[in-house]
Ligand binder design. Structure first.
Ligand code: FES
Ligand SMILES: [Fe+2]
Length: 440
């Protein structure tokens, strides 16, 4: 009996280790890469795709994105099917993209429509089908689906902020990181880090907030975090006491499979920043390959949202080297105090592809564990011919992703998969016209 129990433990352990090794993979033919190929992925901002083709690496495949002469976007294999010249140097034509070397011309579905150096009656072009993927242009982005249903892909999931028409959406791209995308996604399922890494643990409640909030820091540690699985992925919900027993302060951070994240507070939502200064922001990852990704961040600017600094990206001159001491050999220093940079420095420090077998997880890692379970289930579903979580074949106007942030009455509090109502309704802690915090 003991022996078989030990064997079961060993096989569960080795199954988990196998999962940890396969999780970060992105290429074709890998189990995780096949799972990723069931979703739509961002290729580039619409505004950046003009009359010049752009080489783009996606899910470990080298591709080229372009617009034909009619403005229709297309995504093709980077290297020409003839003698492998890069189509990044191709010429845009009315009906497709022409390789500059010998003139082979492709339409947006990879059909070769001209071979000017071949005899007029040659049928060679009928035998060529160049690598292509379907694209859609929506929400200020070019998107692609790289899975097996190229001719008839499932509908694009229209992430809510990008689908909104009641404000102005700003998108910022170009932040390329040199490590695996899961380092970023797991950071978002691991909200406990915010209190330590972002330095709030050591701060006290400012006097101006004391009338509204419990001023005893010990009541907030460890953080009361709930992790909730949803149709689109998962979310983390924190419910904190305030100075009023009838009112709680609630914040959520959500992940939509497999590359989207959403948040809702201009501030962290952790003590002592209990304000209702709402932000509707988030972003998505363009997965380049196993050890590179691009962050594409967005924010919705509208009435009721905090009109503060545009905090979707890092200033280009911010390299994490401020005040570097001459004997400091670390790549980054002086990054403490800039929350976005704090996350990136620590994620990178985990390794290009962290060896997760060496981890020791605790109870505060429940979100990370939930996320890995969700990813594992998605991989298994795809391997067994099923749609993974978040692939919805019914076209929808909008995929709503919960991002509640603010004060809520105890009897209206819901912690479950359903979305909380927007914190623009009802009472909240906001600044009056003199900048004073008022609960109104
Ligand atoms: S290499 Fe492209 S046409 Fe010859
Ligand atoms: Fe963080």
């Amino acid at each position: 009996m003991t022996g078989s129990g030990a064997e079961t433990a060993t096989s569960a352990q080795s199954a988990y280790q196998k999962l940890l090794e396969e999780l970060p993979r992105t290429g074709p033919g890998t189990r995780a890469g096949e799972m990723l190929r069931r979703y739509w992925h961002p290729v580039c901002l619409s505004a950046n795709l003009k009359d010049i083709p752009i080489a783009v690496r996606m899910l470990s495949e080298d591709l080229v994105v372009f617009r034909d002469g009619k403005g229709r976007p297309g995504l093709l294999g980077l290297r020409c099917s003839h003698r492998l010249a890069s189509l990044e140097y191709g010429q845009v034509r009315e009906d497709g993209l022409m390789c500059s070397y010998h003139g082979w011309r492709y339409d947006t579905q990879g059909r070769c429509i001209d071979m000017p150096l071949e005899p007029r009656d040659s049928r060679l072009k009928e035998k060529i089908r160049h690598l292509w993927y379907p694209v859609e242009e929506w929400g200020g982005m070019i998107w692609t689906y790289m899975g097996p249903e190229k001719e008839n892909p499932p509908p694009l999931a229209k992430i809510d902020v990008l689908a909104r028409t009641d404000g102005e959406v700003k998108l910022v791209d170009g932040d390329i990181r040199n490590y695996n995308y899961l380092n970023w996604m797991e950071n978002f399922a691991d909200m406990g880090h915010a209190v330590v890494l972002h330095g709030l643990m050591i701060r006290d409640v400012p006097d101006e907030l004391k009338p509204f909030n419990d001023d005893s820091i010990k009541n907030w540690m460890p953080l009361p975090l709930e992790f909730v699985e949803t149709d689109y992925g998962m979310k983390t919900v924190s419910v904190l006491d305030t100075g009023d027993p009838e009112v709680k302060f609630v914040n959520t951070w959500s992940l939509a499979m497999p590359i989207h994240w959403r948040f809702s507070g201009i501030r962290s939502g952790f003590p002592p920043d209990f304000t209702d200064e709402r932000q509707e922001g988030g972003g998505m990852i363009r997965i380049i390959d196993d050890t590179h990704f691009e962050l594409i961040r967005y924010n919705l600017f509208r009435k009721g949202n905090f009109p503060g600094a545009f905090v979707v990206g890092l200033p280009p001159d911010l390299k994490g080297t401020a005040g570097k001491k001459p004997y400091d050999k670390r790549k980054y220093s002086g990054w403490e105090g800039v929350p976005a940079l704090e996350d990136l420095v620590l994620q990178e420090s985990q390794g290009e592809i962290p060896d997760r077998r060496l981890e020791h997880l605790g109870t505060s890692d429940r979100g990370v564990i939930m996320m890995r379970r969700i990813w594992h289930k998605a991989i298994e579903d795809v391997a067994n011919g099923r749609d993974p979580k978040g692939v919805d074949r019914r076209p929808k106007e909008m995929l709503e992703v919960d991002t509640f942030h603010g004060h809520v009455k105890v009897d209206e509090l819901k912690i479950g998969p359903e979305n909380m109502p927007s914190s623009s309704d009802g009472r909240g802690l906001i600044r009056d016209k003199n900048g004073k915090l008022v609960f109104a």
